[in-house]
Ligand binder design. Structure first.
Ligand SMILES: [Zn+2]
Length: 396
C-alpha cells in the first residue's frame, strides 16, 4: 500500500466518522429546509431557503453566489477552493410541487426511520446529502478537487419561470467539472439513473375569424377546427418507443352560435435523444407555418424545456467507480437505470460531462401527499458520494 493510498483511506474514514457523528445536525438542517415550504411559484419562499443555505455555506467557508430571476426563485451556488484536479459538482433543487400547508401544521413528521413532508424526498433530503458530503470532505482535509453545490429554484416547472435560465446555469457552471452527482430523489434499493427522457412544452395559438353561426357561417374561419386537425396530425406522430406527443390542454371558442376565432392548446413532447427533440420541434414549427384550414394563423412558443439525458463517454466509467464504492460499503452494486421523468442532469450531460442521477435520499411518493423518505438512507448516500469523489482517478 503506497503512501497516497493510505492517505485516501484515512480521508475516507475521517469523512465517514464525520457523517456518523453529525446525524442529528443533518436531521436539523433537513427539518429546517423542509419547514421553509417552497413551491416553485413562491419566489420569496425559495429565496428564503437560498438565504438560509447562503449563511450555512458561508459558515462552512465556501464562496457563494445567488442568481436572481424576475419571476422564478433563485439558483444558489457555493464552492470550495480550487484543487489540483477538475472540480466535482453536487446538484439539486430547492423548490417543491406542494402548495404551502399541504402537509398540515407539522411539515416534517418523523416516525421511526420514516419522515414525511413536502420535498423531504424530492429533493431536500438530497440537498442535505450534498451539503454534508462537502462538509465531511472539508472536515477530513480533502483539497484535491473543488466541490461545487448548485441548487435550482424552479426545477419542478421545467425552469419555465426563469425562462430556461435555471437550466442553463447547470450547463454553464459544470463545463469544467470531472463529474456531476445529482442528489435528486433517490431510488429505494440504491439504483442510479444514467439516462432520462427529455421533455418540452409548446403552446400553439390559432386565430380564425368569428361569425354568426346561424346567419352567415360561411364568413367564419374556425380556429377550433384548425386546432382539431393539428392535434390529430400531432398525436399521430407518437411512437411509444421514441418520441411521444401529448396535447394535454385546450381552450377556445365562446359558444355554439359563434364560429370560434381563437383556440390555444399545449403539446408536451417526450424524447429519448436530443436528435429526436430537434426533429419534433422542426415538425411542430413546420405544421404551424402551414395551417390546413385556409385563413387561419398559428403561433407556436416554447414554455419549459429539458434536454434528454444521454450517457456521455465517461458515464460508464463513473458508474463503475460508484458501483465499486457501494460494494466496498457492503452494499449491492447499483444498476444504471433509464427513467421517463426529466431532471437537471440533462443539462450537464448535454455539455458532455458525466453525471449520475437519483443520488438523493431514498423514499417513495414524490409529488404526492404521501411523499416520504428513509432517514437512514441520508448517511448512506453521503458515504457513497464521499467514496466516489475520493475514488476518481486524478486525471478523470
Ligand atoms: Zn426533484
Amino acid at each position: 500500500m503506497g503512501k497516497e493510498e493510505i492517505d485516501v483511506n484515512k480521508l475516507l474514514q475521517t469523512a465517514y466518522d464525520y457523517i456518523d457523528r453529525n446525524h442529528q445536525a443533518m436531521i436539523s438542517l433537513w427539518k429546517n429546509i423542509v419547514s421553509i415550504e417552497s413551491p416553485s411559484s413562491d419566489q420569496q419562499a425559495v429565496g428564503r431557503i437560498a438565504a438560509h443555505l447562503d449563511t450555512y455555506c458561508d459558515a462552512m467557508g465556501m464562496s457563494r453566489k445567488i442568481f436572481s430571476f424576475e419571476k422564478a426563485g433563485p439558483t444558489f451556488m457555493a464552492w470550495t477552493t480550487p484543487g489540483s484536479s477538475k472540480p466535482v459538482a453536487l446538484i439539486g433543487h430547492m423548490d417543491t410541487v406542494h402548495p404551502v400547508g399541504s402537509f398540515g401544521s407539522n411539515p416534517f413528521l418523523i416516525d421511526g426511520d420514516t419522515v414525511t413532508g413536502p420535498g423531504v424526498l424530492d429533493c431536500k433530503g438530497g440537498v442535505v446529502a450534498a451539503i454534508y458530503t462537502i462538509r465531511a470532505l472539508k472536515a477530513a482535509g480533502y483539497q484535491e478537487r473543488q466541490l461545487k453545490l448548485i441548487l435550482s429554484g424552479d426545477e419542478e416547472v421545467a425552469h419555465a419561470l426563469s425562462g430556461g435560465e435555471g437550466g442553463k446555469i447547470f450547463e454553464q457552471e459544470t463545463t469544467d467539472c470531472a463529474a456531476v452527482l445529482n442528489c435528486e430523489t433517490g431510488i429505494r434499493g440504491g439504483d442510479v439513473t444514467i439516462r432520462r427522457k427529455g421533455g418540452a412544452i409548446f403552446v400553439v395559438e390559432i386565430e380564425g375569424k368569428a361569425a354568426h353561426a346561424g346567419k352567415e357561417p360561411e364568413k367564419g374561419v374556425s380556429a377550433i377546427r384548425q386546432a382539431a386537425e393539428m392535434i390529430l396530425a400531432i398525436e399521430q406522430k407518437t411512437d411509444f418507443s421514441g418520441t411521444t406527443y401529448n396535447c394535454g390542454r385546450i381552450e377556445g371558442g365562446k359558444g355554439a352560435n359563434i364560429v370560434p376565432d381563437y383556440c390555444r392548446f399545449t403539446v408536451g413532447i417526450r424524447y429519448w435523444t436530443n436528435a429526436q427533440y430537434q426533429e419534433a420541434e422542426a415538425f411542430l414549427r413546420e405544421l404551424c407555418e402551414h395551417p390546413s384550414v385556409t385563413q387561419t394563423r398559428c403561433r407556436i412558443s416554447q414554455n419549459g424545456f429539458y434536454p434528454a439525458m444521454e450517457p456521455v463517454e465517461k458515464t460508464d466509467h463513473l458508474l463503475k467507480i460508484y458501483q465499486q464504492c457501494c460494494l466496498e460499503l457492503g452494499l449491492p452494486a447499483p444498476k444504471g437505470t433509464c427513467q421517463g421523468g426529466c431532471s437537471d442532469s440533462a443539462f450537464v450531460a448535454r455539455a458532455g460531462i458525466p453525471v449520475l442521477c437519483s443520488l438523493g435520499v431514498a423514499g417513495e411518493g414524490p409529488h404526492t401527499l404521501q411523499e416520504w423518505a428513509e432517514i437512514s438512507s441520508l448517511a448512506v448516500q453521503c458515504k457513497k458520494m464521499i467514496a466516489t469523489i475520493l475514488a476518481l482517478p486524478e486525471d478523470f
